[in-house]
Design a protein around this ligand. Sequence first.
Ligand SMILES: *Cc1c(COP(=O)(O)O)cnc(C)c1O
Length: 377
Amino acid sequence: MNTQQLKAIGRDHGTPVVIVDHEAIRRNYADFRKHLPKVQAYYAVKANPAPEILRTLHQAGASFDVASLPEFMLVYELIKPLPPKEQQDFIWDKIIYANPTKPKETLRTLDRYKPLVTFDNLNELRKIKLYAPHAGLVLRLRVPNTGSVVELSSKFGCDPGEAVDLIEEAYRAGLEVEGISFHVGSQCTNFENFVQALNMAAAVINEARSRGHEIKILDIGGGFPAPYNRHVRPFSTLARKINAEINRLFAQDIQILAEPGRFLVATAATAIARIIGKAVRDGKICYYIDDSVYHTYSGIIFDHCPYHIKAFKKGKTEICAVFGQTCDGLDTISQSEELPDLEIEDFVYSEKIGAYSNASATWFNGFPPAKVVHVNT
Ligand SMILES: *Cc1c(COP(=O)(O)O)cnc(C)c1O
């Protein structure tokens, strides 16, 4: 979208507003499929759970990775109308429940859908046996997250050395481990993480086979980086590496899926805010906008993502600070943005703010989350 169109939406809808361009989502999905043709994309709903986004991705052919019961129900309602009747029973090709830790009530509710769920330890296995014995299992491995912006390996994944024992333990309990999964960490710009993880998964799958357990699904997780800046190497480069390892390491008939979140939606949204205050502190111009790190800019805190503020106005720039609307000092959007001289009521915007942004917005301080406008749906 061009800046004229963005400004017009800001004027028509008021600020703060987030504009989601569904053409960009379709483009990202098509890119993913083009470069990783053997990999089915299960969109990680937590990146941005807007029902409009789920519908667009569903229509494009995507499947879904959910991590809570409400996310599961949201997706289930979307994919449910699937004749013929027998197929309604089988949801693994459309949903994976990829949160390795699940409360027993959730398992109890999930069981009737015969879901595909991940786990990474013996206690979880026992819980699944008790409360969701009809689930198919995917074992999550701990893999290196070196250099990824959001690190997950200290919280999730079994030690690869314990993996085959867990598979056998499941088998003894009368459960079946259908797949192996991993997550290399979010915004993974160190592509070697994928190479190492694929090699670790292959080793586990080969050892399991030698002990009589055939693994049918390989889930390569999320982490595919969004092109926030020019230091992020192209997705095609990463895909080439992944494809080479897949072809080298795995049987032709293994089913491969991935759980891209950020990659599909980050570049699809732009946030527009309005300047509501201006002050000079220690010689630096400080702008206050009608959004905050508790709202659309929550990714600054939770996702370690430094969003840039841009002005529609042209002119000589200087380094300014940009603060959010709340009364909290933590609510600092940036201490150093290059901005021209702006006035109260001027619009500013941030691009590539579609992932882990309004998904984690709160009502803190009484300010509601920004309005969301979907275009090209
Ligand atoms: C958050 C998450 C994803 C998505 O990660 P991205 O880095 O946004 O691609 C995928 N799988 C699991 C299990 C997750 O928790």
